[in-house]
Design a binder for this molecule. Structure first.
Ligand code: SF4
Length: 498
């Protein structure tokens, strides 16, 4: 059966019986857990629409391997039309679910593997591509959901994989056997992994020849021995369990149900290994995958932003990126935006004027400009904070995960960056940034003290556009210059007149 039904997909997850943890607790069945079910329901839509005759052309394709009708999520792009259809499929699914439907990561990983196995074979005389085609045929026939796994924990960000104090901060081969390899490490922010059938492991960065053990790509069943999933916490995640009108998107997930996937010495047989030490191809593979997958109040807010900038700067120390010039420049940009709004507030105050009652009023134009800038700069400062703190903000584990002895060591190990800092400190900082850049905080900056348009109306009224026109006319056509100066513009005019 090349096209699974939604019910078959859900049943197949129950049969997998993977090892998964939510809020520190082992889950009996991912398909029957309230926190994961919305994400599964989202993916179920991808299966459902493939059976709808109206969407057949967009949701399905003809396999170039078997000629059978297959789900487009298991298809290798073979034309511009395929790429267009992929985008059309994503649009349709976005319109149907209003969230992330997760399967695109696996699709792009399949295509990246298809391409890179061919290139490795061409360059090295290996036989990965044929092996991968066999694997792909099985995936297409079973209509599997695949999770692409690329992002390594990365440890100290200023160090390469081979320089890390803990060599497991990037997934690596720890043992090579005649019949396969044993891999160890973790992949973070793994979209849809917790409700996938298989994980496609890819290198997370370009590698040097000395880093051959990190050049590994393979397909790992989600229920393989040694594989476990630790589900991340999301903002307002408890609301989903409360029911009623507070939920948001009631039936589907919030983003992609990201999890940490741990590979605790997992054996992968040769037929599932598609890169094993060919380090010079790692960067190209990362590039292939990424390219397919990328096709987004002066005083009080100034003080708040000071703390946010401080938390972000400390986060860069925790990550080990504080000396990177790009990181420093982004901190400068945060400071610049914050001081710009603060300076405007000081200016509005300094330019204040006395009211008939004797009290002083700030300069209305400058005051409204402050607030208008806040509706932008607070978002931009938050954006840069997210940029510097990383995807960890969206997928970091909850407190309970540190208390369960079955997973605490993985949570500690794979969230540690600069070993000078505790993993829990990283989470504390992350939660602060999460709170200070959440919807509530941002919307307050947007609409508190009046919505943006209210300021713009005052600014236009205060600006006295007619006066500015007069200024322009005087500068361009005026003749109130000191007599006797050899001004070029005047000479020209005199010549024209003469
Ligand atoms: Fe697909 Fe990625 Fe968009 Fe999720 S975020 S729907 S996986 S492209």
């Amino acid at each position: 059966m090349a096209l699974k039904t939604p019910a078959e997909y859900v049943d197949s997850l129950r049969e997998l019986n993977i090892r998964a943890y939510v809020n520190g607790e082992r889950v009996d069945s991912v398909a029957d857990h309230q926190s994961i079910a919305p994400h599964i329901n989202t993916v179920a839509k991808t299966y459902e629409l493939a059976h709808d005759p109206e969407h057949r052309d967009v949701m399905t394709a003809e396999s170039h391997l078997t000629g059978e009708r297959i789900h487009r999520y298991t298809h290798i792009f073979h034309s511009a039309d395929d790429l267009v259809k992929k985008i059309q499929m994503l649009r349709l699914l976005g319109q149907t679910t209003g969230t992330c439907f997760q399967r695109c990561v696996g699709l792009d990983a399949l295509n990246a593997l298809y391409a890179i196995t061919y290139e490795i074979d061409q360059g090295e005389g290996t036989t990965y591509h044929e092996r991968f085609r066999d694997y792909l045929t099985g995936v297409q026939r079973a209509d599997l959901m695949l999770a692409g796994a690329m992002t390594d924990p990365k440890g100290h960000r200023a160090k390469r994989p081979s320089q890390q104090e803990d060599p497991d901060q990037f997934v690596r081969v720890v043992e090579r056997r005649e019949d396969g390899v044993v891999i160890r490490g973790a992949k973070l922010h793994n979209t849809g992994g917790i409700n996938s059938h298989e994980i496609l492991v890819m290198p997370g960065t370009g590698l040097s020849e000395e880093e051959a053990d990190y050049a590994v790509s393979c397909a790992v069943p989600a229920n393989a021995d040694g594989v476990l999933f630790i589900f991340g916490r999301q903002s307002n995640d408890n609301r989903k369990l409360e029911g009623g009108c507070d939920i948001g998107n009631p039936r589907f997930g919030v983003v992609g149900g990201e999890a940490m996937v741990v590979f605790d010495d997992v054996f992968v047989p040769n037929e599932r290994v598609f890169m094993n030490g060919e380090a010079k191809y790692a960067g190209t593979m990362v590039n292939y995958f990424a390219t397919w997958h990328r096709a987004n109040y002066g005083g009080c807010k100034g003080g708040n932003a000071d703390v946010l900038i401080g938390a972000t700067a400390k986060m860069t120390k925790v990550l080990g990126t504080e000396r990177n010039s790009v990181v420093r420049d982004k901190l400068i940009e945060m400071i610049h935006m914050n001081e710009t709004t603060y300076a405007s507030a000081i200016g509005a105050s300094a330019m204040g004027y006395e009211l008939p009652c004797g009290a002083y009023m700030v300069d209305p134009m400058m005051a409204n400009t402050v607030k208008q800038n806040i509706t932008r700069n607070v978002y931009q400062i938050g954006r840069l904070s997210h940029d510097l703190a990383g995807g960890f903000l969206a997928t970091m584990p909850g407190e309970q995960s540190f208390d369960n002895p079955e997973i605490a060591r993985f949570v500690e190990k794979y969230h540690q960056a600069n070993p000078e800092y505790e993993t829990r400190d990283r989470v504390k900082l992350g939660r602060y940034i999460e709170n200070m850049t959440s919807v509530t905080t941002m919307v307050e900056a947007m609409h508190g003290a009046g919505s943006p348009q209210a300021q713009r109306i005052v600014m236009l009224g205060q600006a006295d556009i007619d006066k500015k026109i007069e200024m322009a006319e005087q500068v361009i056509d005026g003749d109130d210059d000191v007599e006797g100066l050899p001004l070029p513009g005047k000479r020209q005019a005199a010549e024209v007149e003469g």
